[in-house]
Ligand binder design. Sequence first.
Ligand SMILES: NC(=O)c1ccc[n+]([C@@H]2O[C@H](COP(=O)([O-])OP(=O)(O)OC[C@H]3O[C@@H](n4cnc5c(N)ncnc54)[C@H](O)[C@@H]3O)[C@@H](O)[C@H]2O)c1
Length: 342
Amino acid sequence: MKILITGGCGFVGSNLAIFLKNKLNNAKISSLDNLYRKGSEINLKRLKKNKIKNYKIDIKNQKQILRLKKFDIIIDCCAEAAIEISRKNPDRVIHTNLIGTYNILKKVLKDKSKIIFLSSSRVYSIKRLRELIRKQKILSKIKIRKSISEKFSTNSPKSIYGLTKKASEDLIREFSYIFKIKYIINRFGVISGPWQFGKQDQGFVSLWIARHIYKKDLSYIGYGGLGNQIRDIIHIDDVCEIILKQINSISKKFNQTFNIGGGLKNRVSLKQLTIISQNLTGNKFKISKKPKTSDYDIPYYVTDNTKLKKTFNWSPHKSIHIITRDIYLWILKNKKILKKYF
Ligand SMILES: NC(=O)c1ccc[n+]([C@@H]2O[C@H](COP(=O)([O-])OP(=O)(O)OC[C@H]3O[C@@H](n4cnc5c(N)ncnc54)[C@H](O)[C@@H]3O)[C@@H](O)[C@H]2O)c1
């Protein structure tokens, strides 16, 4: 089996490529990545060490993609994944995420192969997500055990990033309808773990722990600057495990869309993450407050994994404590090299 992972030098792509290389004895794993993301050059070295080839191609370049050899499955992990770029550089988000998916679909069609697409919880309506907690005046008092299923509203604005993910999903479904392409779409919540070069708007768990290790500034942004916003977190190892299951069963279980995330047991507020980071590192410092947040921000997101569990008889199993410990140990082990990335 020949597998191409786009965005293979990114956080998800590189971990997945190495995981699949170790688990699938007869598979040949390749990567496509133009090394745009800061840190991807480090992940490229990890791929090389594991004898995984990277094609340094811009995903916008359809001609070059169509010239590549034939693959059996493409796992599309390439994106401009930072939501705030939606405002600063919408061209980049649309070209990379939407045109990129279109180019990959053309290749899937040419090869008569299958596609596993990494979508996002950001396909859901910002307004509706905010309404979930609107009645609660103080976020810290929220005891809601609400989780979001695939049926949640995708109408109304969701950021240009979210739009490109939803539009890519629809494009995949159109290709499937007319050209009979087999697909799986995974709408992931927050994924975390080693080799993520986290930023405030993408990869905040690794950013939080790293800044505690290096004693660098952090801010609670929005919702009064109290750090009460909540997300559920899934370990990258769990993500790799479920994608392997999907690869092994895609001939039977296909053309479906799943929400995948840490779920209720893995939900954490920023304030709680600060305490975890302090306990791990022994470092404590004042976190500044920025009460106003971005129009794209949401106070709460937790995944409902029911459909995933029913279909694959599988749920994520690595806890917040394992996730944060693994990130902490990764940074400690590579403390000098990683400093400039956080
Ligand atoms: N990390 C998360 O929490 C999360 C959550 C939900 C969905 N996702 C989705 O999962 C996928 C992987 O995310 P990630 O966290 O690994 O992101 P990442 O930024 O670490 O990886 C993306 C990779 O794509 C490459 N890339 C960017 N533009 C490119 C272009 N024009 N041509 C070729 N390569 C290009 C980058 O160099 C990078 O290595 C993305 O589609 C993202 O939207 C991630």
